[in-house]
Design a protein around this ligand. Structure first.
Ligand SMILES: C[S@@+](CC[C@H](N)C(=O)[O-])C[C@H]1O[C@@H](n2cnc3c(N)ncnc32)[C@H](O)[C@@H]1O
Length: 218
């Protein structure tokens, strides 16, 4: 398993982007959020997408295992925060934004009150195959019926590079989610120029895709 705490402490966070995820802005309306709704960002890192969502007038709840990463997020965005103990987690809170510091797999539905949408960008694809199954099962267990997920994935010849990020193609997305989710591919495009780590590894192609998934069965 990837040593995420080591990556953070050694500033090996090349997954982090200084811009918001284009697909988030492009498809934000598909979440159909109403005032007071929250967006859950699993394995959130210090993603600026969380700032974007708050700026749209909604709340964010994230979970991230690295305390170091969470503190960087608040510092770099000049946000004041408080820290409280909630069970196994330290909860970092600022206005309309909460991040649970701890293990995603220890999170329960009680931590996700009012969550109506999920943003998964570089979270599913950060995990090895067996953990991806566990991740989707757990995500399914802790979100309510009707919740929509915007999922952004990456597909490349896995034998040409070891992850993370891992390659997850459309058939895997369907097999992971289709038992309890309606799945819809929003777009799929070649992105060889933007995937620098993958380009350095010499992969033949990089295909990015975005999906809108909606939980329709328990
Ligand atoms: C590839 S990064 C993506 C971060 C973020 N989604 C983004 O787009 O920048 C994956 C993140 O998941 C965190 N992580 C990995 N396993 C985790 C777990 N079991 N619980 C909580 N966070 C975890 C890592 O520390 C890392 O910050």
């Amino acid at each position: 398993m990837a040593d995420w705490l080591h990556f953070w402490e050694n500033n090996e966070t090349n997954w982090h982007s200084d811009t918001i995820t284009q697909e988030l802005a492009e498809y934000f309306e598909l979440f159909e959020l109403e005032p007071g709704d929250k967006v859950f960002v699993p394995l959130c890192g210090k993603s600026l997408d969380m700032i974007y969502i708050v700026n749209q007038g909604f709340s964010v709840v994230g979970v991230e295992v690295s305390e170091f990463g969470i503190r960087q997020f608040f510092k770099e965005n000049d946000l004041k925060y408080t820290v409280t103990k909630v069970g196994d987690f330290d909860l970092y809170s600022s206005e309309n934004l909460e991040i649970y510091c701890g293990d995603f797999f220890s999170l329960t539905s009680k931590h996700l009150n009012n969550v109506k949408a999920v943003l998964d960008r570089k979270s599913l694809i950060a995990l090895e195959p067996d953990l991806r199954q566990k991740y989707v099962k757990h995500l399914n267990d802790i979100i309510s019926l009707g919740v929509r997920i915007l999922l952004v994935t990456l597909h490349y010849p896995q034998h040409q590079m070891s992850g993370p990020p891992f390659s997850v193609d459309k058939s895997e997305v369907e097999s992971l989610f289709s038992m309890t989710f309606e799945t819809r591919e929003l777009k799929s495009f070649n992105d060889i120029e933007n995937g620098s780590k993958l380009v350095r590894a010499g992969v033949d192609y990089i295909n990015n895709a975005a999906y809108c998934l909606r939980k329709v069965r328990m």
